[in-house]
Write a protein that binds this ligand. Structure first.
Ligand SMILES: [Zn+2]
Ligand SMILES: [Zn+2]
Ligand SMILES: [Zn+2]
Ligand SMILES: [Zn+2]
Ligand SMILES: [Zn+2]
Ligand SMILES: [Zn+2]
Length: 475
């Protein structure tokens, strides 16, 4: 109890005040004449009095050792007695009475209006003050108890949220929501760095033999899937541009950090000069120290990021193989949820990432119906091959001519992959030079039965892998 900080008392009686510091008594000592002072105040008072009287007696009778006279009680009333180490004592009774005096809750400044006995303050702070600090169970930040609900509802970065667009995405942390919202609204997430790509509306495709995309015009889920595919394509294609934007922002941040560092140094120097002239110890104050630590941390993060980005950039420049020329492995994670959605017809199909036959070659992707399409509806995984409009179509040979092999990869090397293969037919619309963003898909409505697809070794950890290999042939 004695170690607790003094509370702010409510109308504390003068008898509880130290006769030296005039504050509420700490470790109250009683003098012979019945007055009170804090233990440390009284010790200081006695030492000082001894020093003064010793100096005085040295001046009067130099060379002669005298015992300094004891000082008078600090209350200095008419009948006050002298105080010596022998005639003062620790007054536990007044301490006990002080502990029963009414005090304000130390969280008064935050808004707590409770008053309680000093001795009950710790208990109140520990478990009943609504303004006490508690740890948010989600983000571990210290939060005022009465604000935890509001904090979680309005700002906790770890709170799980639904997408306000009611899209198919599972709940996500609030801190991930803003990025998701950009994608969900078909805006390139790099908008914050200066990319202005967004998908406003998807024009319905009316290509022959592709009635699904007609459905996209009326079916909002299909339209959303189509828009998402366009955005995915943009992200794949603009990787370099996005990398450039990121590096630009980083170097801007580096410059800003340098500016802050210079300013901090200047302020520190000025403070040192002031302190030297005032002959006081020169310490950084807390704020400057915090700033300095923050800056160091930022610098380190920036350096790490710049290095990571540089290596990615180099890889992209020197090994086009990384873009999966002619081959693509499509990892589909969380596929069970997609299957459920497909069974309820809330999603019809999904697109794979885009890939190319070779640098500046045919631009391709896959379309998968998790719960089947056409002949395979409800019984099979359907897989289709799609030729996309590319930047180099004018320089390529048309119709597209080649063999396409699609494999459902085994996740256990003791079992073989399941595969189907087809050869392009020169008269099909699917293989002509694209007039729209995508050619009509072509492939296997009955690629693999549900029994095969949804079991080991192909389905494991809620993931499947589909590999596509394209080999070009001459017409
Ligand atoms: Zn005192
Ligand atoms: Zn006295
Ligand atoms: Zn309180
Ligand atoms: Zn929180
Ligand atoms: Zn969403
Ligand atoms: Zn972009």
């Amino acid at each position: 109890m004695e170690d607790l900080p003094l509370p702010e008392f409510v109308n504390l009686d003068k008898s509880f005040l130290c006769s030296i510091c005039k504050e509420p008594l700490r470790n109250p000592m009683q003098t012979f004449c019945g007055h009170h002072a804090c233990c440390s105040c009284l010790e200081g008072y006695m030492e000082e009095a001894h020093a003064v009287s010793a100096a005085a007696s040295r001046e009067e009778e130099e060379g002669e050792r005298t015992v300094a006279a004891a000082p008078i009680c600090p209350a200095q009333e008419r009948n006050c007695h002298t105080v010596t180490k022998e005639n003062i004592f620790l007054d536990r009774a007044i301490q006990k009475r002080l502990e029963r005096q009414a005090a304000y809750c130390p969280n008064k400044c935050l808004g707590c209006v409770e008053t309680l006995m000093w001795k009950d303050v710790p208990q109140h702070l520990e478990s009943s003050c609504v303004f006490r600090q508690v740890e948010c169970p989600l983000c571990k930040e210290d939060i005022i108890f009465s604000c935890v609900d509001k904090h979680q509802e309005e700002e906790c970065p770890q709170k799980l949220m639904d997408c306000p667009n009611f899209c198919q995405t599972a709940q996500m942390k609030r801190s991930d929501l803003s990025l998701h919202m950009l994608r969900c609204n078909n805006i390139c997430p790099y908008i914050t760095l200066g990319c202005d790509f967004s998908v406003s509306t998807i024009a319905p495709e009316r290509a022959e033999g592709d009635d699904d995309d007609d459905a996209a015009a009326t079916n909002p889920e299909a339209a959303a899937a189509a828009a998402a595919a366009v955005l995915t394509t943009h992200e794949e294609e603009s990787m370099k541009e996005h990398l450039r934007l990121t590096m630009k922002r980083l170097s801007e941040q580096e410059i800003e950090n340098q500016r802050l560092r210079d300013e901090l140094e200047m302020r520190l120097e000025r403070k040192c000069q002031e302190n030297v002239s005032a002959a006081t110890p020169n310490n950084l104050d807390g704020l400057d120290e915090t700033l300095r630590c923050l800056l160091l941390k930022h610098d380190k993060t920036i350096t790490e990021l710049v290095n990571a980005l540089k290596s990615v950039d180099q890889q992209m420049q020197y090994s086009p193989d990384l873009l999966g020329m002619g081959e693509m492995v499509w990892k589909i994670s969380g596929i069970n949820a997609m299957r459920r959605a497909a069974t309820k017809d809330t999603i019809k199909y999904i697109y794979s990432p885009v890939f190319f036959t070779h640098p500046y070659g045919y631009k391709l992707c896959l379309r998968a119906y998790i719960n089947g399409d056409g002949l395979g509806k409800g019984t099979h995984l359907s897989l289709f091959f799609v030729i996309l409009q590319g930047d180099y179509d004018a320089t390529l040979q048309w119709p597209f001519s080649g063999t396409v092999k699609m494999k459902l990869l085994s996740q256990d090397k003791n079992f073989s992959d399941h595969y189907k293969e087809f050869r392009s037919s020169p008269n099909s619309n699917s293989f002509q030079r694209p007039k729209n963003e995508r050619n009509p898909p072509t492939g296997f409505p009955e690629f693999s039965t549900h029994t095969l697809t949804w079991a080991k070794p192909y389905y494991l950890n809620d993931e499947i892998y589909i590999k596509t290999s394209v080999r070009l042939t001459s017409n």
